[in-house]
Design a protein around this ligand. Structure first.
Ligand code: FES
Ligand code: FES
Length: 421
């Protein structure tokens, strides 16, 4: 079916076969990654968008339902360079932890406040019952909804939209076209990254196949970039919600790549540039994310070893790799990674089951690194501080991404929002 609709103020034409959801079309055909896929069955609200002024869960809304309609995603809430009240309220209240659920809350709340001027807490709980926050930021979310209601009546308090990641300096912002997991060619990586080597573990791609025809993204995918500028960046769809996942994944990548611990930047959960994941699932972060990242890093190390072997005219097996330097017998000749990657733009698919370093042979991963000088920890300041008291909140019932009511939030148990379909 071919149809036209207006997305965030721009008319778009799409062809969508039967059974394709609005979320699929927004994310995959149009590259609009604000709406997130969480449950995929209308139960979590992560995919919420507006059709007209009505909030719908786009994962279960047929794309054809949007024909001729005006669709607004979180990207389209701000107008004339000014934050929407819900956006400003969420920022003011810090009503997010990983942020995966946030686009859905913002659009759902915008729809609510378009209909109800000053909803009380019971109304907020009832109206937003279809949105779930796995990080359990419900108390702040409730405060943010109340604040957004105030700001709806005080537009003079609204602030300008801050610069986006893609509009700010730095090598990783967004492709500006399709997310990387849908990129059609290897050059997409180097529109945003310095020259270097990218190794990709893609669940649905054959190792060694021609780079990047089609979709890569999935919970088990990862990619690692080793830059000619000396940078190392690991991309995963997992998110850090205060459990130390970022640190642990960075340590594993550093181990496999034989670079100093702490030198790896981990980019997580940014669905413009990272593999697409299906939610936060913090308890599965390391089991899901670590194997592909380790495989990608180990493969990158071996590709760099081979590049050095060719340059030195020596067998790769005779070379050692440590500290980001590949060295021949007795340390000479040697080349640092940036030297091997100058002028290189290479993307390689590598298997997830490639050889990695056995834990018994780890040199840095798994070892204490000590606290940075001057660093202190207190429950009040720690980034890992739970949003609410652990005994009241962080239980399976609270954090399950389904209809169960959050124990720690002011909202009371409520029925799920009716499916728009
Ligand atoms: S992804 Fe659509 S409601 Fe959960
Ligand atoms: S902030 Fe809501 S799921 Fe993480």
């Amino acid at each position: 079916m071919h149809f036209t609709f207006t997305v965030n103020g721009t008319e778009r034409q799409v062809t969508a076969g039967d059974g394709r959801s609005l979320l699929d079309v927004l994310r995959e055909d149009l590259g609009i990654t604000g709406p997130k896929l969480g449950c995929g069955e209308g139960a979590c609200g992560a995919c919420t968008v507006l059709i007209g002024r009505r909030a719908v869960t786009s994962c279960i809304t047929p794309a054809a339902e949007a024909a001729g309609q005006r669709v607004t995603t979180v990207e389209g809430l701000a107008e004339d360079g000014v934050l929407h009240p819900v956006q400003q309220a969420w920022l003011e209240q810090g009503a997010m932890q990983c942020g995966y659920c946030t686009p859905g809350w913002l659009t759902a709340t915008a729809a609510l406040l378009n209909r109800v001027t000053r909803p009380d807490d019971a109304r907020i709980a009832a109206e937003l019952s279809g949105n779930v926050c796995r990080c359990c930021t419900y108390p702040r979310i409730l405060r943010a909804v109340r604040r957004a209601a105030e700001l709806m009546e005080q537009p003079e308090l609204l602030e300008p939209v801050p610069p986006t990641a893609s509009g700010s300096p730095g090598p990783v912002g967004g492709t500006g076209a399709l997310p990387w997991d849908q990129a059609r060619d290897a050059a997409s990586f180097f529109e945003q990254l310095p020259d270097g080597l990218v190794t990709v573990v893609a669940e649905d791609a054959e190792a060694g196949a021609e780079a990047v025809p089609g979709r890569w993204g999935g919970p088990d995918d990862a990619w690692v970039h080793v830059g000619a500028d000396g940078s190392v960046t690991a991309f995963t769809g997992k998110v850090e919600a205060g459990q130390g996942t970022r640190t642990a994944l960075g340590a594993l990548v550093a181990e496999e790549l034989a670079v100093p611990p702490g030198s790896v930047r981990v980019v997580m959960g940014n669905t413009d540039v990272s593999p697409f994941d299906l939610g936060t699932f913090g308890s599965r972060s390391m089991p899901y994310a670590a194997p592909p990242l380790r495989a990608a890093a180990a493969a990158a190390r071996e590709l760099l070893r081979e590049a050095a072997a060719q340059r030195f005219g020596l067998p790769a097996a005779d070379l050692t790799v440590a500290g980001g330097i590949v060295a021949g017998p007795d340390g000479a000749p040697s080349a640092a990674y940036p030297e091997l990657l100058a002028g290189v733009r290479r993307v390689e698919r590598v298997p997830v089951d490639g050889p990695v370093t056995p834990p018994a042979d780890w040199r840095s991963a798994g070892r204490p690194r000590g606290r940075p000088a001057g660093a202190t920890w207190s429950p009040a300041s720690s980034a890992s501080r739970p949003t609410c008291a652990p005994t009241a909140c962080c239980t399976a019932a609270c954090c399950a991404p389904r209809r169960s009511a959050p124990r720690c939030a002011a909202p009371t148990p409520r029925p799920p929002r009716p499916c728009p379909a």
